[in-house]
Design a protein around this ligand. Structure first.
Ligand code: SF4
Length: 427
């Protein structure tokens, strides 16, 4: 086990010294099954975000998995994987705790992992150690006879949940009342919907049904170019920051990017503002990435004059502007791997990935811009206890916590994903 990169051990060390201000909440030390019973997303960066009533809640898992030691769970997971062999593929998102990703057959971002699932049609089960929308995407891209399993059903994503299908349909109707639906003289429709991969299958299906497309943080610019070839303006959801950062990089003015508040008529805009818009930004955000600030970058530069600052494009605009570079997790990982000289990196993304990169590249000094340990609370819901439970259940012939997207949603959702692939993303 790569103990130096374990957030669990870091938190326990902090707690032992009494320096609890170094973590965003001491609730991070609680067992996930205790957290699952509480309303809200739980301890960590998403804890204050409102959780929709429709979000799945995890049922009980047997006590033997709750009570097992870390060493026992590690041994049980290894034994179960050895017994299952090719029958199961285990996928671990970059933001998962080290005690989870060390068992993964593939580690990556959500789309890379969904493609990895697609490349294993022989596996009867795909255990996706990530969050709900990722397991849905894996289900969309895998074979119908394969089961996609999310070890803890309470592992949602607060950003994805900020755009519900009802809110998006309501927004679409309001925009249609203003603009109609017919194309202009150049054949461009009034609005093209673009959803970030971090959205529910229902939202991806909405895009598929309405001439829209999916993007990732790696290919957002290519996808927006695709959308502007077909439409006069874009409705971008759920992450305002990725939409804004991408559009600014494409030369679009901030004045042409109104924010859509789903709780207000016309998203809290007037008709002229929406008419003049190039990109209508949904008022969503990632609670993890909004924590990164220009002040943190100033401090990193004061402490380390040669520091190279790289932040994720889910960070606010002012943070991206203050950084040296911004890019997806794939970009960040590649930039560090390709640095030939020992370098100091300050990274603005989720702490589990940053600590793992630091452990994997001891020739560099790599630290998280945010001095407070605050992992993504929803990713943090995946615990080795749940993994041991779902794997041993598979051995017993039981599929627990299966994620299955209904055909009426899945078919148009695949259309929006296929459009993205055809748009030749620069991944
Ligand atoms: S890091 Fe942000 S976008 Fe990713 S799963 Fe967590 S809340 Fe969602």
């Amino acid at each position: 086990m790569t103990t130096t990169a374990s957030i669990e051990l870091t938190l326990k060390d902090i707690s032992a010294t009494g320096a609890n201000d170094d973590m965003c909440t001491t609730e991070l030390l609680d067992a996930p099954w205790d957290v699952d019973e509480r309303p809200g997303y739980g301890p960590g960066s998403s804890m204050a975000d409102p959780i929709p009533a429709s979000a799945p809640r995890q049922g009980d898992i047997p006590d033997e998995f709750k009570q097992a030691s870390p060493e026992e769970l590690d041994a049980r997971i290894r034994a179960a994987k050895a017994t299952l062999g090719d029958r199961v593929v285990m996928l671990g998102h970059h933001y998962q705790r080290v005690e989870v990703v060390e068992h993964a057959d593939y580690i990556g971002d959500s789309f890379m992992l969904a493609r990895a699932a697609q490349n294993h049609p022989e596996a009867e089960a795909i255990v996706f150690c990530g969050v709900h929308f990722m397991a849905e995407t894996a289900d969309l891209l895998s074979k119908p006879e394969q089961s996609v399993i999310l070890p803890n059903l309470a592992a949602g994503c607060s950003m994805a949940d900020m755009a519900s299908i009802d809110q998006v349909e309501d927004c679409w109707e309001q925009l249609a009342e203003i603009f109609g639906t017919g194309p202009d003289a150049d054949g461009r429709v009034p609005v093209v919907p673009v959803t970030y991969m971090n959205s529910s299958a229902a939202i991806k299906g909405f895009c598929g049904r309405n001439g829209g497309i999916v993007c990732t943080s790696s290919n957002a610019e290519v996808v927006l170019e695709w959308a502007f070839e077909r439409g006069q303006r874009v409705l971008f959801f759920p992450d305002q920051h990725l939409g804004r950062n991408t559009a600014v990089n494409m030369g679009i003015s901030l004045d042409e990017m109104p924010l859509w508040n789903p709780a207000r008529p016309l998203g809290n805009n007037d008709e002229q503002t929406l008419t003049d818009a190039r990109v209508i930004l949904w008022q969503g955000f990632c609670s993890v990435h909004k924590r990164f600030t220009p002040a943190q970058i100033d401090k990193a530069r004061a402490d380390h004059p040669d520091v190279r600052v790289i932040v994720h494009p889910e960070c606010p605009r002012e943070t991206v502007e203050a950084a040296d570079e911004s890019g997806s997790t794939a970009y960040i990982t590649k930039a560090i791997a390709e640095a030939t000289e020992p370098t100091t990196f300050a990274i603005g993304t989720e702490i589990n990935l940053v600590q793992r990169l630091a452990a994997e590249h001891p020739q560099h000094e790599i630290f998280c811009l945010d001095p407070v340990i605050c992992p993504c609370s929803t990713m943090y819901r995946i615990h080795p206890g749940y993994i041991a439970w779902v794997l041993e259940s598979l051995i017993d012939g039981q599929v627990v916590n299966q994620i299955s997207v209904d055909a009426e949603v899945a078919d148009p959702a695949r259309v929006s994903l296929e459009r993205m692939l055809a748009a030749k993303p620069r991944i």
